[in-house]
Design a protein around this ligand. Structure first.
Ligand code: ZN
Length: 232
């Protein structure tokens, strides 16, 4: 029996990255899941990432420490209030304070280093450009440019042993489509966290952009969000 192809999967413990892990597993990859303790206020998601990595059969799960609070610059990593109660129309304009400077570039770079070490040619990231276009590092043109760079940046890429691919199966999907895909693959969304500003126990605020987009996604998918049943 041939060994399964390895992939590095960026896993935050949120809805999108959990779905990505399920998709990568369904495609037959041996998944090496990677999370970051980067100083985020919603650190509760790391416990969920650990749980989800086990439930979905990741080969391993690591949590890398990088403290982005050292320079802040985001309402997720500094003492700045997370925006609450915004209308969808407001979310569609501008880049919100929850944008973490260059976060996906930092994360992908560490994923790239790990992939090269593992001999993996595939990295999965749960970026999504459709439902929430505010973040510049979630766009297809960014991912394409990063992939080009990655193949110039690594020994494996230059020596032609591996052509590295960045997989973004959610990039063109709506939140409702992502949820439907995950449910098909048996994801239990009760154990995913989306909130930018949860209580220490992980109860979502219900009012940040991420909570509102999640609620809209479940409503459009015609499914009850199972998350709240954890707090009953
Ligand atoms: Zn929230």
């Amino acid at each position: 029996m041939s060994e399964a192809r390895k992939a590095v999967v960026l896993l935050s413990g949120g809805l999108d990255s959990t779905t990505i892990l399920a998709i990568a597993r369904a495609q037959g990859f041996a998944c090496h899941a990677m999370s970051f303790r980067y100083g985020q206020r919603h650190v509760v998601e790391l416990e969920l990432a650990r749980r989800v990595a086990g439930a979905l059969g990741a080969s391993e799960h690591i949590v890398v420490d990088i403290d982005l609070r050292q320079f802040g610059g985001s309402s997720l990593t500094a003492d700045v209030a997370v925006p609450k109660g915004r209308a969808m129309a407001q979310m569609e304009h501008g880049i919100p304070s929850t944008y973490v400077p260059a976060r996906n570039t930092v994360f992908l770079s560490l994923a790239l280093a790990w992939a090269e070490t593992l001999g993996a040619q595939d990295i999965f990231i749960g970026v999504n450009a459709l439902d929430y276009s505010g973040y510049p590092d979630c766009r297809p043109e960014y991912i394409q440019a990063y992939e080009r760079m990655a193949n110039l940046a690594t020994r494996a890429g230059v020596q032609g042993q591996q052509r590295l691919s960045i997989h973004t199966p959610l990039i063109e999907l709506s939140k409702a489509q992502i949820i439907a895909r995950g449910l098909e693959l048996g994801v239990d969304y009760a154990w995913t966290s989306s909130c930018y500003d949860p209580t220490p126990e992980g109860r979502p605020c219900g009012q940040c952009d991420s909570c509102l987009l999640r609620a809209k996604g479940f409503a459009e998918a015609g499914v009850q969000d199972p998350l709240l049943r954890r707090f009953d």
